[in-house]
Design a protein around this ligand. Sequence first.
Ligand SMILES: Cc1cc2nc3c(=O)[nH]c(=O)nc-3n(C[C@H](O)[C@H](O)[C@H](O)COP(=O)(O)OP(=O)(O)OC[C@H]3O[C@@H](n4cnc5c(N)ncnc54)[C@H](O)[C@@H]3O)c2cc1C
Length: 457
Amino acid sequence: MTVAVIGGGISGLVLAHRLRSQGTKAVVLESAARVGGNVQSPAHEGYVLESGPNSFLDREPATRELAAALGVEARIRPADAAAKNRYIYTRGAMRKLPSSPPAFLTSDILPFSARLRVLAELFSGRGPAGVDESLAQLGRRHLGPEATTVLLDAVQTGIYAGDPEKLSAEATFPQLVKFEREHRSLILGAIRSQRAARKASAADADGGSKSKLTGLLSTFDGGLGVLVDALAAALGDAVHTDAKVEGLTPQASGWKVRVREHGRTVELLASQVVLAVPSHVAAGLLRPLDEPLAAKLEGIPYAPIAVVHLGFAPGATPKPDGFGFLVPAVEGKAVLGTIHVSTTFPFRAPGGRVLLTCLMGGARRPDVVARDEDALVALAREELKAMTGLTATPELTRVVRWPRGIPQYTVGHLERLASLDAGLKRWPGLHLTGNAYRGVGVNDCIRDATRLGDTLA
Ligand SMILES: Cc1cc2nc3c(=O)[nH]c(=O)nc-3n(C[C@H](O)[C@H](O)[C@H](O)COP(=O)(O)OP(=O)(O)OC[C@H]3O[C@@H](n4cnc5c(N)ncnc54)[C@H](O)[C@@H]3O)c2cc1C
């Protein structure tokens, strides 16, 4: 019998591909007219836009292996060297993020006293054992209040668009908690782990490892949609679009899946079911069967996010420096950050055009995302003018809204995952994957779906 994969975002597609490449029958049921979920790379007037993710760090073997298996590995494009600088808008000015500890000590990213406080991290202590702390609690103990409000907040904003007072430190930045546990100080932990990584990679090189991972921020030559298109092509008619799953019924062996496909209701028998849909959708499907399990799933909140693309004709505005900038919440802006797309991936805005992608709203400004498109463009331009001095009129504007954009791994997330795993044991043949559980990035989704695919195959 077949494995029914519900949801055709990157998670569901990767899972089905992994299963089928090992000879296990699988179908993908996707409610939208096209697959990809958050990953969409429409081309408009010479620009390649990204409705969701823009890039991935090329350090995940599962992503490389997938690209190779699909024949698109040669289409991976690293960020341009010009994107190496990153900025934070703080204390009313754009300031360059220092790239080394000595540069940090002489930079203006934090006031002098706050930089000294960061140095005192070397003497900071461990947190209370067995407590799932918020990211802000961990940050304040180690780095002090200002570095937490500016630096840690900016870093988490770039990944979670969240609120560090609510996010679980261990679920969002497990490496930091590991450093604290093993080395007490985060700085010492980082130094020692870098040293160990260097040693390991030297040993790897001696052993003639063929690893092609560059560790660089990357995309594909036509945007991340290249990966989705390649997955869809490889899966062929195993992918059903316009196929919304409306109900699940356990059978003596397997599951009956009720699908509304192209306006008709059909039933499919599956040996296993994988829910690769957002957690609130999984909650809705499981509620008639298991209210406590549904309540756990419903308990994972999402931050809404709006993506505003501004494209400028050649010569209309100078090419901005670096990858882009992030804005800590304390600045009170609706713009969370801006990616200098044409600097980072010039092929996405050829011919001297400038493309900026502003991310707006997030967990602390959810109201922003509900505004209409013209209002969002106007607000983005107004804030960019105040922060960067940009006054040029864009030749292209596009807005994409994600009312449930990024899952928030709030305090208690790991406990919630453990009880979800325990709850799933009541339903043999039912599985969960996707960005709501073990990592929100594209790499995380690919890794988790690959792992589950191997387990099921
Ligand atoms: C604005 C934005 C920017 C981001 N930037 C980055 C980035 O730069 N780098 C990075 O690594 N990550 C980034 N991410 C995160 C990353 O894009 C996502 O975590 C990832 O794409 C999620 O994939 P998924 O398949 O788990 O979920 P989704 O993409 O949400 O896919 C779920 C699918 O399920 C379908 N579905 C829902 N209900 C049903 C139903 N009843 N029946 C059938 N199908 C259904 C949906 O239509 C959807 O296609 C970003 C996310 C957003 C929103």
